[in-house]
Write a protein of this length. Structure first.
Length: 96
C-alpha cells in the first residue's frame, strides 16, 4: 500500500536545517569548499587559512604573487562564490 503524503528526504533535511538555524552555516561550508574548484589547485595550495566572519571571507595566503592576482579579481570571486553557495553569503574578501 502506498502512502499518499510521501516526502523527499532532501526536503525533510532542508526543513530540519532551516528549523534549527543551521542553513546559513551549511551554505558557508559549501562556499569554503568551493574555493579550490573555482580558483584552481595552485591558489588552493597557496591558501593557508580560510574562514568566514561577519559576512567577510578571510583568506590567508602564503604567496604575495597570488595575493596580488586575487586582489584584482575580488569582486568577481565574491560573485562566483556566492553563486556557487546558492545565496548571498559574503559581501567582500579580506586577503592577507
Amino acid at each position: 500500500m502506498r502512502r499518499s503524503k510521501t516526502v523527499n528526504i532532501g526536503e525533510i533535511i532542508s526543513a530540519l536545517l532551516k528549523e534549527q538555524g543551521l542553513e546559513g552555516k551549511m551554505a558557508e561550508h559549501r562556499l569554503i569548499n568551493s574555493w579550490e574548484d573555482l580558483l584552481g589547485r595552485s591558489v588552493a595550495k597557496a591558501t593557508t587559512n580560510i574562514y568566514i566572519k561577519d559576512r567577510v571571507l578571510f583568506v590567508r595566503l602564503a604567496s604575495s604573487v597570488v595575493r596580488n592576482e586575487l586582489m584584482l579579481m575580488r569582486d568577481e570571486i565574491v560573485r562566483r562564490l556566492n553563486e556557487r553557495a546558492g545565496s548571498e553569503i559574503i559581501d567582500r574578501i579580506d586577503l592577507r
